[in-house]
Write a protein that binds this ligand. Structure first.
Ligand SMILES: NC(=O)c1ccc[n+]([C@@H]2O[C@H](COP(=O)([O-])OP(=O)(O)OC[C@H]3O[C@@H](n4cnc5c(N)ncnc54)[C@H](O)[C@@H]3O)[C@@H](O)[C@H]2O)c1
Length: 327
């Protein structure tokens, strides 16, 4: 049987460092292309091309059946620090790669989009058919990245945009600037979790559920362009904090307080994953305790909470300082 060749762009990041070996173990021939802004924590058996993606040429993409695009700026603070790079790397770059990939005969491109395209919603569970209205740089750039790729989709170039919830859990390339990961760190470090507003809704996506969703997206065989929401569960951040606090009390005997700043957030959404269930056969398995347990079981490998590589914005500010083109 033909072993599918998958190129994971941005695959040395938080998600890619878990997804790449997962797909390798599932039988795919995996290669990562990444500039390694945050270092390289991939297992040595994963092939790595260290490069800026803008330097890739059509010929470089010819060998691959599918491309997964996980690159670009991956959160609001980076996007707001440098809106120009944000739009270049989250909109122009995937659009350019999609163009090259189609020319190169790559059959499928999977784009890591975000549920943050939904913006501030009111008490409704959003499907992919509902309006995506946001006005902050990260959300707009992800939405435009989707649109440019969907415009390229055709019979022989399939596009799948995955609107991920906030991805949480443990990766060897660790991030502590993501909802649950941040709460877990703050509970242990400060014995306090600070929330902008406990009523805010977020979809949370465990890394294992994410990996399954991407595998199903590679195998999904409908022509054209498609969008899927992907999350493990919807929750308010208040409920999430309560789970973290209960866990940390039980396992570590630490008493943790909540500080609710009660300010307006610009993101508030819960999403439906029915379409992924029906078409990708996606079945979310992880709950809040699974993800917190995963963090707890790997704590020794990220317990130096002062290490700046766990916080994207800190590394990115230095990158921009050293490379004014990114500013
Ligand atoms: N982590 C989340 O909660 C989340 C949620 C929704 C969507 N997403 C999206 O998923 C993707 C992956 O997220 P992550 O948390 O793994 O991000 P990350 O910041 O950990 O990794 C991004 C990777 O992309 C690489 N990269 C960026 N620009 C590049 C370029 N021009 N050339 C080569 N490499 C480049 C970086 O070196 C880094 O390794 C991102 O596109 C992000 O927007 C993430």
């Amino acid at each position: 049987m033909h072993q599918k060749k998958v190129l994971i762009m941005g695959g040395a990041g938080f998600i890619g460092t878990v997804l790449s070996p997962y797909l390798h173990d599932a039988g795919y021939d995996v290669t990562v292309a990444d500039a390694c802004w945050f270092g390289n924590y991939l297992p040595s058996h994963i092939k790595l091309i260290q490069t800026d993606l803008f330097d890739l040429k059509k010929e470089d993409l010819v060998p691959y059946d599918s491309i997964i695009f996980l690159a670009g700026l991956s959160n609001d603070p980076m996007a707001e620090f440098s809106p120009k790079s944000n739009f270049i790397l989250n909109t122009a770059l995937p659009s350019y790669i999609g163009f090259l990939a189609r020319e190169a005969g790559v059959k499928k491109m999977i784009f890591a989009s975000s549920c943050s395209v939904y913006g501030y919603t009111l008490n409704k569970t959003y499907t992919e058919e509902d309006p995506a209205i946001c006005n902050y740089p990260y959300g707009v750039s992800k939405l435009q990245g989707e649109r440019s790729l969907l415009a390229l989709a055709e019979e022989n170039f399939r596009v799948v945009c995955i609107r991920q919830g906030t991805v949480c859990g443990y990766s060897p390339r660790m991030r502590l600037d993501l909802a649950m990961n941040t709460m877990f760190k703050n509970a242990i470090q400060n014995h306090k979790i600070t929330l902008s507003n406990h009523r805010i809704w977020r979809p949370i996506l465990g890394l294992n559920d994410l990996c399954e969703g991407y595998k199903q997206a590679i195998e999904f065989d409908q022509e054209g362009g498609h969008i899927f929401n992907l999350s493990s569960f919807n929750t308010t951040v208040g409920e999430l904090a309560t789970s973290v606090i209960g866990f940390v009390k039980e396992k570590m005997n630490i008493d943790v307080a909540i500080e609710d700043q009660n300010v307006q957030d610009y993101r508030n959404y819960k999403v439906s994953t029915e379409k992924a269930k029906n078409l990708l056969h996606y079945n979310a398995k992880q709950n809040d305790l699974d993800i917190i347990s995963e963090l707890y079981n790997n704590l020794s490998s990220f317990s130096d909470f002062t290490d700046e590589r766990f916080f994207n914005i800190q590394v990115f500010k230095k990158l921009v300082h050293d490379n004014p083109l990114l500013s």
